[in-house]
Design a protein around this ligand. Structure first.
Ligand SMILES: Nc1ncnc2c1ncn2[C@@H]1O[C@H](COP(=O)(O)OP(=O)(O)OP(=O)(O)O)[C@@H](O)[C@H]1O
Length: 130
């Protein structure tokens, strides 16, 4: 049996399209979500500081991991907000809970990222000062 719609194992055009759609999602979030812009700029500052302060490769990898986690969760949070807004524009307790819980997830991981940053940077800053 042969399928008329047999697809290539890897379709480059589909891959490029999916990158384009993902970039559009990131651009939309950057344009509309202040928290995403703040987190992205802070991430850039942290990565520059980590290079200047001679943070080890493993520590830098850890910073990249938590930064990616925060930004990824921001994107999921934005998707959930849009999803709720698409379902209802009216006040609904379920809508409130979904948005608040999603925002809570971002906050939990952001605090985790800050704690990782403090653990890595504080000893280096103290060593620089004293
Ligand atoms: N349909 C709704 N029903 C009940 N409460 C809502 C509803 N929409 C939003 N809220 C409440 O208002 C808060 C802010 O919602 P909003 O959609 O403005 O999110 P936001 O985090 O401010 O996002 P944005 O950055 O897009 O303004 C939510 O966390 C939730 O508590």
């Amino acid at each position: 049996m042969t399928s008329k719609n047999k697809q290539a194992f890897v379709s480059w055009s589909r891959l490029i399209k999916s990158f384009r759609y993902a970039s559009e999602g990131i651009k939309h979030t950057w344009a509309n979500e202040q928290n995403f812009r703040i987190h992205s700029i802070l991430a850039g500052i942290v990565l520059i500081a980590s290079t200047l302060l001679g943070v080890s490769v493993v520590e830098q990898a850890l910073l990249i991991l938590v930064i990616g986690g925060v930004l990824g969760l921001e994107l999921i949070n934005t998707a959930l907000e849009r999803c709720v807004d698409m379902i209802t524009k009216e006040y609904a307790i379920e809508a409130k809970i979904i948005k608040d819980v999603a925002a809570g997830a971002v906050m939990v991981f952001s605090i985790t990222a800050v704690l990782v940053g403090i653990t890595i940077f504080l000893p280096k800053i103290i060593a620089l000062l004293f």
